[in-house]
Design a protein around this ligand. Structure first.
Ligand code: PEP
Ligand code: MG
Length: 659
């Protein structure tokens, strides 16, 4: 089942305490977690008739059911999702969820036998090849693999699990071999402990047979809507998720403003990242809840918890409907200051969400998502088609198209064969890459400029670090404009050019940069990362990633002043711009334009309409005088709680740790 954007038991609280990888037994004070724990069902006896099958959904099924477990990670995309679970193995093998429909024992046992036989044959063949091509040492290892696979004990133990627990063959094999691994890893003899890796190899060999997959399969193979649990998901993988089939996902690693998180928000898929190791436990689970507001994953929730979440989801849905009906109201403070609200998009289809939620334009079009899953870069015409579709749908409203921001965590397929950088966030990323590859860059500029003939297109360069880079980019742009004109192709008379301010060097040089561009857009995701030297994708330092660190606020203030003194527009398009906790602070600092994932627009508008500019200014002044991010957060929470007690804060990933 799918419950998205609907309800959050904790939405009314402005929690700021999500930390990577924490595990806890009690999710909230109003739930009797321990006393509520009980198996969802008990085992059902097999009938005598053939085929032997049971219905796991009937009362009494489910042996042995694990107790409910609550894991805490980083909330990155709001909403609640409830459903069966599919675990994407780190090596790319996908285990299907445990059955919730009828279960055919004979079929599973036959599958087990076939897979063992095929895996043994495969290991034997690999051994023969290795003996001639590589040498006896490696061949002997493969021979040992083949003999472990044909060991009757392995067969018997896996079979017993299928029969007793009514689980698919792949789960049985996984569990048996994982138990061998644990035993080996606990041995003090390092030679024997190292054999654990061999057992894992064997496990994967058999699982590959059972799953019929050699590589990580696409989630488009899912048979029913399922929550995806994975060690990690690349932004390009997340971009292919179909929200109808993947109502939520959770990962062991990842940070709050990673691009995977951004894609989840764009697709409106509730998501939690940075949970730490939990996949082994998740594999044994029959269903789960992902709470994308509180950053919780609840494995095998008890009935009381399920009901509570379903109720909350329903309430949330009603609240969203109500806010959506107000999308035509102006984003004006009670004392008359208008704030421009724009949408961030990654895919052309998101334009509809922007329009439905009252965006007055697109403030950030992350074009690199067109490139991520492409084996070769999209042609000029392919890009033009995508950009023109967005521009036309926005019907004259401004559309800020950002040139490619590939690199770091966003690698396209055609880049993958290239050499890997030791430190990609500081490497050949974004505008640097575009400048290094003029064909790629100019093709994109041509497509954007041509789309500009169809509406209010503005061009934005990402990750500008120096004036020199900006000048090089503008020179290329001028050249392309001249080229298009000489070819008689229609383009906009004067296309506004802006930059993302997301590198501290650019923020510090904002007064100079402001003389050479038409607008600034502050990319807080990267600005925070580079100012505080905290990797935005790394859950182990997520507690150090902080939007309101005084250093970050000083840089933002500096950029706003530079823009104001040159009379150019400045907006915020990072995740901070869509978090209601920071709205009044940004307004008070002088921001009059915010760009965010479209689903955040109604909530942010509610804050704007509920808090006077006078209050925003005085709170911002107070915050600027503080030296502790925790104190700033407390001040913002308190102000928001008093003015708008109902406000839900979508992310808990931009706040400082409670150290
Ligand atoms: C940012 O860095 O804040 C930003 C909006 O760009 P991206 O998240 O795509 O890096
Ligand atoms: Mg950025």
């Amino acid at each position: 089942m799918k419950l998205r954007d609907q309800g959050n038991p904790g939405a009314k609280r402005l929690r700021r305490d999500s930390r990577a990888g924490r595990r806890r037994n009690r999710p909230s004070s109003n739930t009797q977690w321990e006393s509520g724990m009980r198996p969802l069902a008990t085992p059902k006896q097999n009938s005598d008739g053939a085929p032997r099958s049971v219905d796991p959904s009937s009362p009494g099924f489910g042996s042995p059911t694990s107790p409910m477990e609550v894991l805490t990670g980083i909330a990155v995309s709001s909403g609640i999702a409830i459903g069966p679970v599919v675990v994407l193995d780190q090596k790319g093998l996908i285990l299907p969820s445990r059955p919730t429909g009828s279960f055919d024992l004979d079929t599973e046992i036959a599958r087990l036998e076939r897979s063992l036989e095929a895996a043994r044959a495969e290991a034997n063949q690999a051994e023969t090849e290795a003996r001639t091509r590589i040498g006896p040492q490696y061949a002997d290892i493969l021979m040992a693999h083949a003999s472990i696979i044909s060991d009757p004990t392995l067969r018997m133990e896996a079979r017993e699990r299928i029969e007793k627990q009514l689980i698919p063959a792949e789960h049985a094999i996984h569990e048996v071999l994982e138990s061998y691994v644990s035993r080996l890893e606990s041995l003090t003899d390092p030679h024997l402990a190292a054999r654990a890796a061999d057992v894992r190899d064997i496990r994967d060999r058999i699982l590959s047979q059972l799953l019929g997959e050699e590589t990580r399969p696409s989630t488009s193979d899912l048979k029913e809507p399922s929550l995806i649990f994975a060690h990690d998901l690349a932004p390009s993988e997340a971009a292919t998720l179909d929200p109808r089939m993947v109502p939520g996902f959770a990962t062991e690693v990842g940070g709050g403003s990673s691009h995977t998180a951004i894609v989840a928000a764009a697709l409106e898929i509730p998501a939690v990242v940075g949970l730490g190791r939990f996949l082994d436990r998740a594999r044994r689970c029959r269903m789960a809840i992902i709470d994308g507001d509180e950053g919780l994953v609840i494995l095998d929730p008890d009935l009381q918890t399920q009901q509570r979440y379903r109720r909350a989801a329903h309430e949330r849905s009603a609240r969203f409907d109500l806010l959506a009906r107000q999308s035509d109201l102006p984003a004006v403070t009670p004392d008359g200051t208008r704030i421009e609200l724009l949408g961030n998009i990654e895919f052309p289809a998101e334009v509809e969400a922007c329009l439905n939620r009252g965006a007055s334009g697109v403030g950030l079009y992350r074009t690199e998502f067109l490139f991520l899953n492409a084996k070769t870069p999209p042609t000029e015409d392919e890009q033009y088609t995508a950009y023109a579709a967005v521009v036309e749908s926005m019907q004259g409203r401004p559309v800020i198209i950002r040139t490619l921001d590939l690199g770091a965590d966003k690698l396209s397929l055609f880049q993958e064969s290239g050499y890997t950088e030791a430190n990609p966030a500081l490497g050949l990323r974004s505008l640097r890459l575009s400048l290094r590859d003029p064909d790629l860059f100019r093709t994109q500029l041509r497509a954007i400029l041509r789309a500009g003939a169809r509406g209010d297109v503005r061009i934005m360069f990402p990750l500008v670090s120096t004036l020199g880079e900006l000048r090089q980019a503008k020179a290329q742009l001028d050249d392309v404009i001249a080229e298009l004109k000489s070819q008689g192709l229609p383009i906009r008379e004067k296309t506004p050019v802006g930059i993302m301010v997301e590198v501290p060097a650019a923020a510090l040089m904002a007064d100079h940069l402001a003389k050479e561009v038409d607008f600034f857009s502050i990319g807080t995701n990267d600005l925070i990362q580079y100012t505080l030297a905290v990797d935005r994708t790394n859950e182990t330092v997520a507690d150090l990633y902080c939007a309101v660190d005084p250093s970050v606020l000083r840089l933002i203030t500096h950029v706003i002043h530079a823009a104001d003194s040159r009379g150019i527009e400045v907006s915020v398009c990072g995740t901070m711009g869509g978090d209601p906790l920071y709205t009044l602070l940004l307004m008070g600092l002088g921001i009059r334009s915010l760009s965010m994932p479209p689903h955040q627009l109604p909530e942010i508008k509610r804050v704007i309409r509920g808090i006077s500019m006078e209050t925003a200014r005085s709170i911002a002044q107070e915050a600027l005088n503080m030296d502790s991010p925790q104190a700033i957060i407390a001040l913002l929470q308190e102000t928001l709680r008093k003015a708008l007690p109902e406000t839900a804060s979508p992310t808990s990933s931009l706040a400082p740790g409670q150290t």
